[in-house]
Ligand binder design. Sequence first.
Ligand code: ARG
Ligand code: ZN
Length: 877
Amino acid sequence: MDIARTPDMADAAPEPHDPVTIRREDYQPFGWLVPEVALDFDLGLETTRVTARLTLARNAKAPRAEAIRLNGDELEPVSVKRDGEVVNDWHRDGADLIVPLSGDAHALEIVTEVAPAKNTKLMGLYASSGMLCTQCEAEGFRRITFFPDRPDVLSTYRVRMSGDKATFPVLLSNGNPEASGEGDNGTHWAEWHDPWPKPSYLFALVAGDLVANSSSFTTMSGREVALNIYVREGDLPRTGHAMDSLKASMRWDEETFGREYDLDVFNIVAVSDFNMGAMENKGLNVFNTKYVLADPETATDADFDAVAGVIAHEYFHNWSGNRVTCRDWFQLSLKEGFTVLRDQLFSQYMGSDAVKRIEDVRVLRAAQFPEDSGPLAHPIRPDSYREISNFYTATVYNKGAEVIRMMRTMAGEEAFRKGSDLYFDRHDGEAATCEDFVRAMEDGAGLDLKQFRLWYSQAGTPKVRAQLTHEGNTATLHLSQIVPPTPGQPEKQPMPIPLKVALFDRASGERGEEHLLVLDKEEASFAFAGFAALPALSINRGFSAPVSIEREVAREELVFLAAHDDDPFARYEAMQDLIVGHLVDAIEGRLDEAQRAAGRADIAGALGAVLRDAALDDLMRGELLVLPGEGYLAEQQTVADPGKIHAERRALRAYLGAQLASDFTALYERAAKVPFALDAEASGARKIKTQALVYLAASDPARAAELAAQQYDMADNMTDRQGALMVLAGLDSPERTHKLLDFYNRYQGNALVIDKWFALQAGSLHPNVLEHVRALAKHPDFTLSNPNRVRSLYMAMAVNPQAFHAADGAGYAMIADLILALDPINPQTAARFVPPLGRWRRIEPLRAEQMRAQLERIAAAGNLSRDTQEQVARSLG
Ligand code: ARG
Ligand code: ZN
């Protein structure tokens, strides 16, 4: 409690009322329906004039309102007409426009003007290298016209665009094209109509000089859909993979979820200035070029996979997001969690099931676990926010996907499909809630999700303690769970945690039956009969629950599982646990020389077996070779010393590189002989080839530099070339300078590849990386106005532990400087750099103080955006 307050003090001090915090429990339906919207755009890069005509009808489900609130952001009304008459009885409330309405139905016509070329926030209508495009999710539409900019207001849109034909030969909007023609003075126009009611965040417009890769798709009911991927002229040859991925996504969604496309055209446009990955606007997806353009010469295998994944993600939103949308932004995971799960399943189906699952877990652990254990922790369905852009997080997306995946695991595939069918049928055309989804899963899939709903309301990664005991013929698994406290949630209830478990007889290597256990109490024990001796425990197989498992386990058991587990994820996990256990012990100073030697030797033994196992495919081998990341290692400690973590991990890699030098060399030589192809075999070979180089670089830098330079020169694809350059970028070799220069000259003019050039240097193991970043920030190709470029330099640095956590605090200062410089230009992107600094409470005291001081410095600056202000306040709070 704080100091006692006298009654007068209480009277004098108004209730602490915070007008900018939006709360989930305050949801109210909107007073008006807006069944139809007609938008007329007079397009110009400098000025675009927007005439919006809305039909309005009272919403019988909301309290009667005598006015309508139309949201605006940096807008001024040029004119307002009500029922055909110019009116002046409107007023402003902050940025919003309030128009009195006394009847039951009205028509409004509002004219606004916007300046796309000056819109550096890249929200609303903006210019990107000579073209016009839009980004409206979450609250960008209010930067185009005054409108009830909330996802529960659904309207059909008719859009007319007119503009200079030479500047904007292509005019696109949502839905189907209906008419077009020529105007005066070299102008032309086009009209589009979208028959499906949608919220304003799904509106899109594109106007520019674009060319299309065009194709078509026949849906399951035999309808022909025209497909177009629009890009800048020179990029056309790099659109084939995106087109193939789109068609595969459309087919897969029909076969797996029974979802058919519902318009005559599906358009994708690639733009080079984009805050996020891509956007699912109805019938007109707008993409960051990074997730459209790919060919072997300029894109890596990982880039190819990312393109397929994002194309699928946005396409799948047509049902999980567009046909069924969100009631309010607290429900964001309703569409994002579900759609991420859908894109993950698609990618599992298209490529290696096991490898994709491992990658997804790695992403979750690297991005979401730290979020869940830090000051920004929030449930997948948050309770409050100030700026919704800050909640497009790994928690809402990736943990959201894991939560729905758990339902699928508990229900089984078939029942899950019944649940998703019911959800789509029941809520088609509606703005739904997470609760609606859960109820459809209960009714359709036959699950009881009463307690499971806690996964939507409680933040924090549950910790599960597991202990296996043995007596007579029975093995008993003792499980207990703790859900750690998170901001605003000091106490937690136990959650249902579905764990796939199997026991292995250690003598024979044989596995018993796989069980799905649901731990739904604080503690529970499960008995397994038929084991003459203590078996080996394989738990959370397939990562059936997004939890961390804590158990004391002998190294021999992990070595056994790393070699024998038939569940690929569990096998990977055993390998990770073996290494994590050793490194954490070493970092925390618990090992004497003999213990350290024994631990290392076990790891080398297990890794050597992986290198030599002829039954493994190379993609999977590549996963087993990845050392646990420094962030994940830091997560294992209450308070981490990034310097020690980096040094121990690096030393282990050098040891393994030296110890297994001949195996790595043999592997390298075998892989180097595999000719280029886009299939799993060849891409697996490329993956392990560069991994072998990484290990060799740690133990024998001179030899690795030679091999890397050779790989660079001989490369006939970007995966090999980038891999080689990545290794060289971390070494102090003359080849480093030569190849970096060559790479720049070779790809100058290809922005996505030049992004790689920046990122390789900012992410490198080179000791002078901060100096390099400082110099690169002054490079003529660097600009704060392009988010991809900003991320390629500064996000690569912020996730490079040895750079970001430089002992003198220079990395922290550099990120804080960036945030302050970027915030006035692009607040959404600036705010994304705050979370790395927000980790300070879990870092050793000297660095923690430096990190906190940088946050204080940002907080003290005036005029911060709401985005950055919220993230900094939560990080300090
Ligand atoms: N809905 C988009 C997606 O597919 C993301 C859009 C986010 N936009 C934003 N300004 N935060 O995930
Ligand atoms: Zn999405």
